[in-house]
Design a protein around this ligand. Structure first.
Ligand code: BEZ
Length: 210
């Protein structure tokens, strides 16, 4: 059965470009993004991995480790890395799982046989410090992902955890947010002593907490 939000991310051991990884242990006390790409030495994947390398400091700031995966072996990942640096201007600075036996892609349902029966699709799993899956995204091979959107989603998830706020449509960091419906007005007064704007009883707007 496909993994769903709130499920514990399956643990595994795998070979990566940075040596063997035991997944839960590797995540440690922080968050993680596990993402698959279809194949090494392909154009869209090359641009994506360069972009993740460029954004790595942004993931670090949020306490999020990133790890990629495809069904290619580690020596192929390593050979491809020099192309990523040469063409994208950013060297790989995070591990890539070599899932040649498809063990991890099977666990995470990253191969969708009606799209392609051997290659992984572009899956993204955002996993929190409790190892719970908090976000799942699936893109086809021909569509490169927007990793700024993944950072934006992580910001939203972490704001919800810390401050009991949700983020509205097209929200960007620094813009107003919404008090979660589960928080009563009485409890909201404790969290937001400066008050909020009630558009409807269920739509209460506050500035983004710092
Ligand atoms: C790519 O990364 O460009 C790609 C990979 C597999 C199928 C189509 C495109």
């Amino acid at each position: 059965m496909a993994l769903r939000l709130g499920d514990i991310a399956p643990d595994f051991k795998a070979e990566t470009t940075e040596g063997p990884v035991a997944f839960h242990e590797w995540i440690g006390d922080g968050w993680a993004v596990l993402f698959s790409h279809p194949k090494d030495f392909t154009p869209v994947c090359t641009t994506e991995l360069g972009e993740v390398a460029r954004l790595k400091p942004e993931f670090d700031k949020r306490g999020v480790k990133v790890i990629g995966l495809s069904v290619d072996p580690a020596d192929s990942h390593k050979a491809w890395a020099s192309d990523i640096k040469e063409t994208q201007g950013h060297a790989l600075n995070f591990p890539l799982i070599a899932d040649a036996d498809r063990k991890v892609s099977g666990l995470y349902d990253m191969i969708h046989p009606n799209a392609n029966d051997t290659l992984t699709v572009r899956s993204v799993f955002v996993i929190d410090a409790n190892k719970k899956i908090r976000l799942v995204i699936t893109y086809p091979a021909s569509t490169g992902r927007n990793f700024e959107e993944i950072l934006r989603s992580i910001d939203s998830l972490q704001l919800t955890d810390k401050h009991k706020v949700a983020t509205p449509v097209n929200w960007k960091h620094g813009e107003d947010v919404i008090i979660v419906p589960a928080l009563s007005d009485e409890d909201a007064k404790k969290r937001f002593p400066d008050g909020w704007k009630t558009v409807k009883p269920y739509l209460r707007i506050v500035p983004q907490p710092k």
